[in-house]
Every structure is written in structure tokens, then in C-alpha cells.
Design a binder for this molecule. Structure first.
Ligand code: SF4
Ligand code: SF4
Length: 458
């Protein structure tokens, strides 16, 4: 048995090792998924997040058994891959969430490792589906940027920290990025940057600064379609160029050559699903030679977006299938160079429930989630006091709907309760796609670990 992914510390602390009971018949936990791989079977325990590789002989022991003499059987029990026959699996999953919610209530004020900074909540594009439409537009001043440097130095952990530039469009107020990064460099702070941007406002000189001064490690760029469609959807204000698409493609290549990791996110919905495949072919032909390039499709954040039309179940299913097809195409043709983020997260699902991460708004207010820029603050860089009630509100976990209790994917569908981007529906097609995604996730993880390649975080 080879361990591919260990249980998280939180799971180790809460569930611990399952004690072996004498004279008991054990059966596989319903939350275990298995996928055939070259060297055997990869088993993923959705309850604990642990992933293991077993050979066919060991796999044959993953079945109903009362053989307590066998070492592999013992190990499978201790790791919660086998459970007593009369276990109600949903109860363990529910109890675990209850315990974790209780633990999450304890805030220990750790030093911070990650700072998400919004230079502005304004944007130079006008995508019709943007969830920030209607949010108040705030822009950071140079003085606030200097104050943020003091705050970071006072609150950061020892060693390297991560800055995450977000907006609006962070490049729409790039001068505060320059100020913060230059000042941190001057004061000897070790850091690297990630950014979510449309990458349109870069020019050569700014990209050089992004590498040298901002220490840009990774950028996520959304491209919604081939040239004509992209230009129409983005609807940039004063683009002042022949084609924004061409400019962004130029910038992507420039940054790839500078060794910045690029993750292109293809937002997919009914309006562009047909054209998105030709965009995928274009991107693959142009950029697959760069080992630091990755692309992946994603659904538009439509559940709360009033601009989107509700789809029928058939339309949902068709869209999900196309997105899955695209995802597999990217993974295969880019030779498994990126792994989707860990699926099983009871804690640190995202920055909202991470105690070591904070979001800094343009006016210095502190928040926890990019979807809450006008409200739900936890404090400010100008005061030490934090709103613990609000911090805890961001950390509560839940499943999607009551029927999830009956579902053998339940532990894979635990979300931050307040998350506006979480799926709020689940039907047969959604579930089928989750099954396929899980299988893909298991194979991706296995292949990446086997190859020893670095993962591109997406
Ligand atoms: S969201 Fe769907 S797949 Fe997930 S646990 Fe609920 S019913 Fe199952
Ligand atoms: S709660 Fe949802 S939207 Fe907010 S940071 Fe987490 S994943 Fe993103």
C-alpha cells in the first residue's frame, strides 16, 4: 500500500485511527472511490481525504470481511476504508462536520501567510455576467497602500508570504501594486504574488516589473471565446487597440517566456459553448509547448447572477458534458501538468475559512471573501480589534441540501456555508459530473505524484 495523499491534520485530530473491534464484520465505507491505474487501484476516501495505491491482491481485501489477522485489512480499518457492517456512514460524516464547525469557532490569532489585496473594485471590462456588477467602486489611495505595508509587516508570519492581487481588475490601479511591492522589497520582506486579472492592461514594461518587483508567480486569466467573441464579451472601456484578444494573447506569451505560471480559465455557458472548442484548439496549439501553461473550463457563476437564464435539466446536462469533455482534453494534451485543488476540504476550503489569510479592501477594511466587498467586514488595517462573530460566520460548513445525507458523495460536497459561488442545485446530471470529476481528480493526482512534476495551482 502506498500513500498518495495523507489525511489532513484536522482529520487526524478529529477522527483519529479507527479502533479495530473483535468479532465484527467489516465492509467498505460507501464514501470510498476506486480507479484502476497502471500499478493497481487508487482508492480515495472522501471522508478523510486520504488517497492510497493498492495492488490487485490488496484490493481484493477491500470487501466485506471478518479477517482481522491480515495486516492490510487492519490498515484499511484503521484508515476508515473499512467500517463495521452496521455503520450509518452519513452519521460519521455529519458528526465530523459538527465537530469541525465547533473547532472552527476557536480563533487562535495566528500570524498571517496570505494577503489578498484589492487595489480597486472597479474594472476596465464590462462582462455581462460579472458578479460584481452593482458593487460599490472603490479605489485604493497611495497612502492606504503605504499603510497596508505597515499592516503586513506587523501581522505576517516569519519567512515568505503570499500576496494575491484581486479586484475588480487589479491592473486598473497598478500603481498601488508597485508601491506595496517596492516598499516590501525595500524593507526586506520575502514574498511572491499571484493575480487574478484579464491581463489586458499589461505592457512590456509593466510585465517586466511584475516579474522583477511584484515577484509574480502565477496569474489566472479568463478568456471567454475566440477573438471576435472575446472582444464582444469583455467590452473593454477605451481599448485603444485593434484587438484586445490579440493583446492579451501577446501578454500571455510574454509572461510564459518569463516563467510566470499561467492558468487560463475558460468561462463556459450556453452562449459560448460551441465556440469554446475552437478557442481551446487555438490555445493548445500556441501555448502547450510552455510547461508553465495550463487551461481549464469553468461554469460561469450563474446561480446568483440575474443576467443568466435558468436552464432546463437537459441543457444543464449537455453543458456539463461539454465542459467535462473540454477538461479531459486539456488534461490529456497538457499531459497532466496541473491538479485541481484538493477536493476534500473540511478546513481551509478557501481564504474565507482560513485563519492565516485575510482580504484587504481598497479602503483598508478587512474581509474574508471576494464576494463580500461592500459588507461583512472582520476589521480594518487601522485597528487591532477583529469581529470574531463574523470570522466564525465565514467558517461554518454545510452540505448542499438535506437529500445529500443519502448520497455516497456527501463528504465531497461540504462547502463554506456563506459561499455565494457554491452550487445550490444538484440533480442527476450534476451528480454524474461530480462522479466523473472525482475519477479525473484521482487520476490527475496519481499521475502528477508519479511524475514528480510540480503542480500548477489552479
Ligand atoms: S450535492 Fe449532489 S452529489 Fe453532492 S452530496 Fe448532495 S446529492 Fe450528492
Ligand atoms: S466563500 Fe466561496 S466565493 Fe468566498 S472565497 Fe470561499 S470559495 Fe471563494
Amino acid at each position: 500500500m502506498v500513500i498518495i495523499d495523507e489525511q489532513t491534520q484536522l482529520i487526524k485530530d478529529t477522527l483519529g485511527i479507527q479502533k479495530i473491534k473483535e468479532n465484527t464484520v467489516y465492509r467498505p465505507l460507501s464514501y470510498v472511490r476506486d480507479v484502476k491505474a497502471e500499478e493497481g487501484r487508487v482508492l480515495l476516501n472522501l471522508l478523510t481525504g486520504e488517497m492510497i495505491l493498492v495492488d490487485e491482491e490488496e484490493f481484493s481485501l477491500f470487501s466485506k470481511t471478518a479477517d482481522m489477522e491480515n495486516d492490510t485489512v487492519k490498515e484499511l480499518i484503521e484508515k476508515w476504508f473499512l467500517v463495521p457492517e452496521d455503520t450509518v456512514d452519513a452519521n460519521i460524516s455529519k458528526q465530523l462536520v459538527t465537530v469541525i464547525n465547533a473547532i472552527n469557532n476557536i480563533y487562535t490569532a495566528p500570524k498571517l501567510t496570505s494577503f489578498t489585496i484589492l487595489p480597486t473594485t472597479d474594472c476596465n471590462a464590462r462582462c455581462f455576467y460579472c458578479y460584481e456588477l452593482g458593487c460599490e467602486k472603490k479605489t485604493m489611495t497611495e497612502q492606504t497602500a503605504m499603510d497596508i505595508v505597515d499592516y503586513i509587516i506587523a501581522k505576517k508570519q516569519d519567512g515568505e508570504i503570499k500576496l494575491r492581487w484581486f479586484g475588480g481588475e487589479p491592473l486598473y490601479n497598478s500603481k498601488v501594486i508597485d508601491i506595496i511591492c517596492s516598499e516590501l522589497n525595500k524593507r526586506g520582506v520575502k514574498f511572491y504574488s499571484n493575480m487574478i486579472s484579464n491581463a489586458f492592461l499589461f505592457d512590456d514594461e509593466m510585465m517586466e516589473r511584475a516579474v522583477d518587483v511584484w515577484h509574480l508567480n502565477r496569474i489566472q486569466i479568463t478568456i471567454d471565446g475566440p477573438e471576435e467573441q472575446y472582444n464582444r464579451i469583455k467590452a473593454y472601456i477605451n481599448p485603444n487597440c485593434e484587438s484586445p484578444f490579440k493583446k492579451v494573447i501577446y501578454n500571455v506569451e510574454y509572461l510564459l517566456k518569463k516563467n510566470v505560471n499561467i492558468a487560463v480559465r475558460l468561462n463556459v455557458d450556453k452562449h459560448n459553448v460551441e465556440q469554446i472548442f475552437s478557442l481551446a484548439d487555438f490555445l493548445l496549439e500556441k501555448f502547450s509547448k510552455y510547461p508553465n501553461f495550463f487551461a481549464y473550463p469553468n461554469r460561469i457563476f450563474d446561480d446568483t447572477c440575474k443576467n443568466m437564464l435558468k436552464k432546463t435539466e437537459d441543457e444543464e446536462a449537455e453543458l456539463n458534458d461539454k465542459i467535462f469533455e473540454l477538461k479531459v482534453k486539456f488534461q490529456n494534451l497538457l499531459n497532466y501538468r496541473a491538479k485541481y485543488s484538493r477536493l476534500i476540504r473540511f478546513k481551509n476550503h478557501c481564504m474565507a475559512d482560513s485563519d492565516t489569510s485575510v482580504m484587504i479592501l481598497p479602503d483598508g477594511k478587512l474581509g474574508k471573501c471576494e464576494h463580500f466587498t461592500d459588507s461583512n467586514y472582520i476589521g480594518s488595517i487601522y485597528e487591532d480589534k477583529l469581529d470574531f462573530k463574523m470570522l466564525n460566520w465565514f467558517k461554518q460548513m454545510t452540505s448542499v441540501k438535506p437529500e445529500c445525507d443519502e448520497c455516497d458523495l456527501r463528504p465531497a460536497c461540504i462547502y463554506v456555508k456563506c459561499c455565494p459561488a457554491k452550487r445550490i442545485r444538484c440533480n442527476a446530471s450534476e451528480k454524474a459530473i461530480k462522479e466523473k470529476n472525482l475519477e479525473g481528480y484521482i487520476l490527475e493526482t496519481y499521475k502528477i505524484r508519479k511524475s514528480g512534476k510540480n503542480e500548477i495551482e489552479i
